[in-house]
Design a binder for this molecule. Structure first.
Ligand SMILES: Cc1cc2nc3c(=O)[nH]c(=O)nc-3n(C[C@H](O)[C@H](O)[C@H](O)COP(=O)(O)OP(=O)(O)OC[C@H]3O[C@@H](n4cnc5c(N)ncnc54)[C@H](O)[C@@H]3O)c2cc1C
Ligand code: FES
Ligand code: FES
Length: 1430
């Protein structure tokens, strides 16, 4: 190697997929994710930017050791979140991204193949992240596991490795199944195959093609390129090794590349300089060139001395220690913290901070501050360590701490020094009376008790030049506790944590609990409880501890403990975080659990003379001890009718883009190469809910920040254009002018050369307001009669809708003896779409004032219209394109247009393309959600016949600050309030509440789920009043064929009873048997209760606005016999393009592979309705079929004249030479629709999709934690076009419904009716850190789906049925199962025994569940109404 290249190589560098990138000065603020995307490795996605979704997962490999004797290296392969990783922190690392594995052209890597083939990729935005997490697991298994016969990894390992990855589309089952099948069942990546060892055990367990070909290291398939799987033996200068694809039915013999660990980094390690040498960056010249340099200085010391010198030179705020950056990264992003000098303490570089020393006999331990939490977890879960309760508790607590990617980088020191009041580990250190060793250059070591270390909110006892060095644990029987070392003692230790979501969530309350007993006397020597989540800092319950010492564990001691905790753990109602009653209850519940934990064993260890007074644990209390942990990973069976081979429609084909999604090649809006000269926008948003704009000062932001190109607002709209738009009513301003009516309303937009500068400048725009009183909740809107009206929007017939069947008043007026009337109110919270891909768009105004915009939208036509109207252009000059979306779910139907049009204004003036990508928190604050609803109802039922006679409902939704689609959403709720039940007299009225929240919008189900939930709640309450099984009452009311709905639509081919009956026939699904099993369990379990519920689904298919029920398709046939199809619908993961291709292939008589569906664009199919209402496959499939049939009709005479076996290509060529048009435009108009709100009778829907589900749950009544044990679904999707995609929709839709009812809670500030600790109108839950969608650990452990057999649908293309939204409804089976479990708990409530109906707001979060359960260890009343944003 030449000296100049030696010199080159000594420069700081990072390797990505084997390629070297030199790291320049001036990018200390840049994340690894930004770096990767800048070098066009866009397979790594930005989903949240806060470590909460896993879309940005990459593998970072580094050398952890080198053995000179054997010349062997040891490596660490960590899955990490690139979005929180500072680029400099990965100097000297080898980063592997999705592009480093396989690609669709050359062949996929087995991990990519596994997820793609198992239908684990729908929209695909999350897929690269899942692939990389799985790949990291395999790499680590490869480097560790040597057991030849054993599987390298277990299903649990896989689930755990994926715990930091969110998927909003699939419901997780297929992802896990794909990986378990490939890597556990088939051992595609087993040790033998990885070693390329074709001898002995390998031959036994691995299928070798002919027994002579070596097996590829990566794929486990026969290898023909001679690598033999041992990368070390390949050319050391190669950046990758060839391996062969072919796992799981993939292409074989296609060479793919898996990057090798770079030789340069090995040389560095060998040279003894260590893999990670000392490093310093000076920040570049940020004064003259702030566009390219951020000025952040960066140091990487490699010894404690260097570190302390640096801290000494730059004490306090002059420098910031950075470890995993998981806390700091979030502070920089959300709190806009500035840290101009950073000292990176990297794992594995400073020996003293990297120590782990543990004594399993006496419990002593030393943990270095820079060890990662994964390292700590590993150390504490080893075979011997896990025999020691304190170590086991640490590892168990870490299992529920963030996701794997966070634990891999975040450090013990980072967790402690952050001083977070909800740290999961700090209560453990307090309970163990740990000692923190802090040190500084001048002062040397100083010992601080953990109990004294936390001073105030995020403030700890560290001097400006000090660092935390290590944590020391003293022995079990330290004299501090016993007074004498002679006493025979026994230590108990347990960890507790309850969060909104079980996995990857910060705690609501977290606890470490320790007790030490004298085993001769049974006397308590120490009882230490550390709590997080109860105060502004982690607390130690000293009074409780003092009171407990000397006591024996009797019933009286338990009573004392409960009252002591109640006194010492009091949380004020107005405390930040809210949930005061729940938090106190949790503290008591944890203490109670710990008390039982101790006594469950103590009797067996103390001398028999002392054991009799110990509280006797009852058999039925045993279940309270453990957490609600799962026994297995999600699995299940899928049943559908198989179509004969050769029929393309009806086959379970994989999503057409599955392979490119799995390889990261699929291009989403922000992945596309930006047009030349593209600049970046950031929105200037209102920060108050309601007010008058007094002044806007943008000058400072624009003038003082170099690289900022301008601030644009309403005054910049061209004179022919308009500032007023809206999807139905034009009642919204693009840029607020005089008033702001919600937090997050767009006031202006700043454009700059870089995104970072644009964001900085937008934050610097100063706005003064006169604050006006906001209306935020439905309650407040009702009180002030703040409803949208026709007059308000200047339109007729849109609002004030009501329906009335039979005669409700007569029933209520003639109350008879056997008629009972009850009333209630159902409160249903909203839901965030949480599509994994945040909103993004690019606008370019080209010559002749033509506009091209690429947008992540479900409705390109609206974007075209908004931009044309705003700029005063004709629509024929504006083209909107959408290639694919990373999920939409309704959230990109009408709200995405508002930001797209906002950046069209600067694009017009600057004559430069402008790009906008919303940060997740901004997206969640401004784009609206599923509407929250309230249903006030009164029902009359006959106690003898057990029939509901009349229902009267008033429905309210919280529309927000503009009408958007709220009236249509409300309409669908009105039309679905009957759920699937025949209620002879039904009156329903609807009100759209006008409030100062961001405008709520479409979301899967479009009001249907809320309407149905209100109706189902009525049924459930009636069943409780009648004391009959709710499923029996439901069955008793299900519609029959030919019945009329409450708006007079006759139900034809009504399959709801077929679904219900089939559900009951499922394996062990007989409702009676299931209920019996639940009851048996509940009799033997006091604090864990199971519940069971079955619910039906009936969902009307059609847009309720008649004009939207039309669709176009363009089919072009080419002379090679292939077809290109363009439709107005957008692919967002639902498989629309795949189904359309199947239909086209069938109708043209060509192979599925010969049909390509092209990106959606307004220039190809104009005036398209939004891709919504579940009807897109019906509509675009039919339009495509129409176009294909037209072409086939034209080809018919030619075909007839040709030989019988003439191929399609031959026929097409013949037609071409006869000058026949090979292009056709197909059209669909949904028939059978006949609806008029002014009459309130008719056929608003083309047909209905039906289904039924039953779910069984287990509730921990002491914590409110819910585990969904099993769900069975039967769904009627007609004659399925693609059963695999339909099952994907059923599972994904159900999981989303489950999230809505169980986990996903939006919390907006509302000082009058809601969360008082949040500023009025601000969404507190605006990221994965605070808003929890389900993980793989939340979907049913057993999840079975059946597509109803023998179901036809003459009203839709290919006799299929729409499936996108209906399965969402069935999530409600989980809600009623939870409620069922709570009923059992309430029946045994020692405080308030009562079997009567009770109300439970949605979502039924752990807080609501726990409070509703009540019992002796609860604080406050179980009928307390929790704060809810509705
Ligand atoms: C998605 C996500 C999920 C999370 N989930 C959890 C959770 O479930 N439970 C939980 O408790 N926390 C959680 N956290 C919080 C956070 O990850 C932890 O606190 C983590 O341990 C911080 O470690 P770090 O190395 O990344 O710290 P950094 O961000 O690098 O540093 C944090 C602070 O510690 C200081 N510091 C670090 N080391 C030292 C030292 N040796 N001496 C002096 N100062 C030092 C830094 O200067 C900084 O002020 C989560 C964070 C994220 C982003
Ligand atoms: S983008 Fe990194 S975790 Fe979400
Ligand atoms: S496929 Fe997972 S988020 Fe869409």
């Amino acid at each position: 190697m030449s000296s100049s290249s030696e010199e080159e190589k000594s420069k700081p560098a990072i390797y990505v997929n084997g390629k070297r990138y030199e790291l320049r000065d001036g990018i200390g603020e840049t994340t690894l994710l930004e770096f990767l995307r800048d070098v066009r490795l866009t397979g790594t996605k930005l989903g949240c930017g806060e470590g909460g979704c896993g879309a940005c997962t990459v593998v970072a490999s580094s050398i952890t050791g080198y053995d000179k004797k054997t010349d062997q290296f040891s490596y660490a392969h960590k899955a990490v979140n690139a979005c929180l990783a500072p680029i400099y922190a990965f100097e000297g690392h080898h980063v592997i991204t999705i592009e480093g594995l396989g690609n669709a052209r050359d062949g996929l890597h087995p991990v990519q193949m596994a997820i793609a083939n198992a239908h684990g990729s729908q929209c695909g935005f999350c897929t690269p992240g899942f692939v990389m997490s799985m790949y990291a697991l395999l790499l680590n298994a490869r480097s560790k596991n040597t057991a030849a016969e054993n599987a390298l990894i277990s299903p649990h390992d896989i689930e755990e490795a994926l715990s930091g990855n969110l998927c909003r589309c699939t419901g997780y089952r297929p992802i896990l199944k794909g990986f378990v099948d490939a890597f556990v069942e088939n051992k595609v990546y087993s040790q033998e195959t990885i070693d390329g060892d074709v001898s002995n055990s390998f031959k036994k367990s691995v299928k070798v093609s002919d027994g002579t070909v070596p097996i590829c290291a990566s794929t486990g398939q026969p290898c023909t390129n001679g690598c033999g799987g041992d990368g070390e033996k390949t050319d050391e200068n190669a950046s990758s090794r060839n391996v062969e694809n072919g796992a799981n039915g993939g292409t074989t013999n296609a060479a793919i590349k898996e990057p090798l660990f770079p030789i340069e980094l090995k040389r560095r390690a060998k040279a003894g300089t260590g893999p990670l040498a000392a490093l310093a960056f000076h920040g570049g010249d940020a004064i003259t060139d702030s566009v390219h340099n951020d000025g952040v200085k960066w140091h990487r010391p490699t010894s404690l001395k260097e570190l302390l010198d640096l801290r000494d030179a730059y004490p306090g705020n002059e420098s910031k220690i950075v470890c995993g950056n998981t806390e700091i990264g979030v502070e920089i992003k959300f709190k806009k913290a500035l840290y101009p000098r950073r000292i990176h303490v990297s794992g594995n570089t400073i020996e003293e901070l990297d120590r782990i020393s543990m004594n399993y006999d006496n419990g002593e331990a030393v943990f270095g501050a820079a060890i990662s939490l994964s390292d700590l977890e590993r150390a504490c879960c080893g075979k011997e360590a896990s025999q020691v309760e304190r170590f086991r508790a640490i590892s168990k607590q870490l299992k529920w701490f963030a996701g794997r990617q966070i634990r891999n980088v975040s450090t013990l020191g980072g967790n402690i020094v952050t001083g977070s009041p909800i740290s999961d580990l700090n209560p453990i250190w307090l309970a163990l009376d740990a000692m923190f060793v802090v040190t500084s250059k001048k002062g040397g070591d100083r010992y601080v008790k953990a109990r004294d270390f936390f001073l105030a909110y995020r403030k700890v006892d560290l001097k400006p030049d000090e660092i935390l060095k290590q944590v020391e644990l003293k022995a079990f029987n330290d004299t501090d506790y016993t007074g004498t070392t002679a006493a025979t003692t026994k230590e108990y230790f347990h960890e507790y944590k309850q969060s909104h979501r079980r996995e990857d969530d910060i705690a609501i309350v977290t606890c470490g609990a320790r007790a030490l007993f004298n085993t001769s006397t049974g006397e308590c020597l120490d009882f230490s409880l550390g709590f997080g989540g109860l105060s502004f800092k982690t607390i130690f319950c000293s009074q409780t501890a003092n009171g407990m010492v000397g006591k024996h564990m009797t019933k009286e001691t338990l009573d004392f403990l409960m009252s002591a905790i109640e006194k010492e753990c009091f949380v004020d109602e107005s405390a930040p975080g809210g949930m005061s009653q729940y938090r106190i209850t949790l503290a008591k519940s944890f203490a109670f659990k710990f008390f039982l934990h101790c006594v469950s064993d103590l009797r067996t260890v103390v001398d028999s003379s002392s054991s009799s007074s110990i509280y006797e644990l009852q058999q039925n209390e045993l279940s309270s001890l453990g957490r609600n942990e799962r026994q297995s990973v999600v699995s299940g069976a899928q049943y559908f009718t198989k179509k004969p081979n050769g029929e393309v429609v009806g086959q379970p084909l994989a999503h057409k883009s599955a392979h490119i999604q799995a390889s990261g090649e699929a291009i989403y809006c922000d992945d596309a190469a930006k047009p030349e000269g593209c600049v970046h926008a950031a929105l200037v948003l209102s920060t108050i809910a309601h007010g008058k704009i007094l002044s806007v000062d943008s000058a400072r932001a624009v003038e003082s920040i170099p690289g900022v190109l301008g601030y644009f607002s309403a005054k910049d709209i061209p004179k022919n254009g308009t500032n007023i738009i809206g999807p139905i009513a034009h009642d919204e301003e693009i840029f607020a002018t005089e008033y702001v009516t919600c937090v997050g309303q767009v006031i202006g937009v700043v454009v700059a050369e870089t995104r970072a500068l644009a964001l900085r400048a937008a934050a610097a725009v100063k706005i003064e307001y006169e604050i006006l009183e906001p209306i935020l909740s439905i309650e407040d809107a009702i009180a002030k009669k703040s409803y949208y009206t026709d007059e308000m929007i200047g339109m007729r017939g849109f609002l004030g809708h009501a329906l009335h069947s039979g005669n409700v008043d007569d029933i209520f007026a003639n109350e008879e003896e056997n008629i009972k009337i009850i009333s209630g109110s159902t409160r249903v919270g909203g839901q965030e779409h949480f599509y994994l891909e945040p909103n993004a768009c690019v606008v370019e105004v080209t010559d002749n004032d033509e506009v091209v915009t690429i947008s992540s939208t479900q409705c390109p036509m609206k974007h075209q219209a908004y931009i044309a109207d705003c700029l005063g252009f004709s629509r024929n000059k504006v083209t909107c394109k959408a290639k694919r979306l990373g999920g939409g779910f309704g959230g990109k139907e009408s709200r995405s247009g508002f930001m797209n049009v906002a950046i069209a204004v600067p694009a017009y003036h600057l004559r430069r393309p402008v790009s906008l990508v919303l940060d997740r928190d901004v997206d969640m604050q401004i784009t609206g959600h599923r509407h929250s609803f309230r249903g006030d109802w009164k029902v009359a039922f006959d106690v003898k016949s057990e029939k509901i006679l009349a229902l009267d409902v008033k429905i309210y939704n919280n529309a927000g600050n503009s009408l958007d689609l709220s009236s249509s959403v409300l309409d669908r709720a009105i039309l679905h309030v009957d759920s699937a039940y025949n209620i002879p007299n039904l009156r329903v009225e609807g009100y759209c509440c006008k409030t100062n929240l961001p405008s709520n919008t479409a979301f899967r189900g479009f009001g249907g789920p809320q309407g149905i939930m209100i109706g189902e709640s009525v049924l459930d309450d009636v069943a409780r009043h009648l004391n009959v099984a709710p499923d029996a009452l439901r069955e008793n009311h299900l519609y029959h064929e030919g019945d009329l709905t409450h708006f007079g639509q006759k139900l034809i081919d009504c399959q709801v009873r077929s679904c219900w009956e089939e559900l009951k026939c499922k394996r062990e699904a007989s409702f009676a048997d299931r209920r019996k099993a639940v009851e048996t369990f509940n009799q033997t379990s006091k604090f864990k209760k199971r519940g069971f519920a079955a619910t039906p689904a009936k969902f009307g298919i059609a847009f309720t606005a008649l004009f939207l029920n039309q669709a176009g398709a363009l089919v072009n046939v080419y002379l090679d016999g292939t077809a290109g199809v363009s439709i107005g619908g957008v692919e967002m993961g639902q498989g629309l393009f795949t189904k359309v291709a199947q239909i086209a292939a069938k109708n043209l008589g060509v192979r599925f592979e010969d049909v390509h569906v092209l990106e959606t664009s307004t220039e190809k199919v104009p005036n398209a309705s939004p891709t919504a209402a579940s009807a897109s496959s019906d509509m675009y499939g039919d339009a495509t079929e129409d176009a294909c049939l037209q072409i086939m009709e034209r080809l018919k005479p030619i075909r007839e004249k040709m030989a019988k076996d003439a191929s399609f290509k031959d026929i097409v060529n013949s037609a071409y030479f006869q000058r026949i048009d090979l292009s056709a435009h197909g059209w669909h108009v949904t028939k059978n629709l006949n609806w008029d709100w002014s009459v309130g009778k008719g056929e608003p829907f083309n047909y209905y999709t039906y289904g039924a589900a039953c779910s069984e749950v287990e509730v921990d009544c002491l914590t409110g934690d819910v585990n969904v044990l099993r769900t069975d679904i039967v769904m009627d999707v007609g004659d399925s076009i693609n059963p695999a995609l339909d099952i994907g929709q059923v599972e994904g839709g159900f999981a989303q419904g489950l999230g809505w009812i169980l986990l996903e809670e939006l919390k907006y500030g509302d000082s009058k009716n809601g969360h008082k600790w949040i500023k009025d109108g601000v969404n507190f839950t605006r990221g994965p850190g605070t808003y929890k969608i389900p993980t793989a650990n939340d979907v049913p452990e057993e999840f079975n789906v059946t597509l109803l057999h023998d179901s036809k649908n003459p009203r839709a293309v290919q006799s299929s049925k729409a499936v996108g939204e209906p399965p969402f409804l069935l999530g409600n089976s989980v809600y009623f199962a939870v409620k069922d479990a709570i009923y059992y708990a309430r029946q045994e409530d020692e405080n308030e025994k009562n079997e009567g109906a009770f109300s439970l707001d949605l979502p039924c979060t752990p807080e609501r569940v726990r409070i509703a359960c009540g019992n002796a260890f609860a604080y406050g009343s179980r009928d307390y109404k929790t704060r809810i944003t509705i």
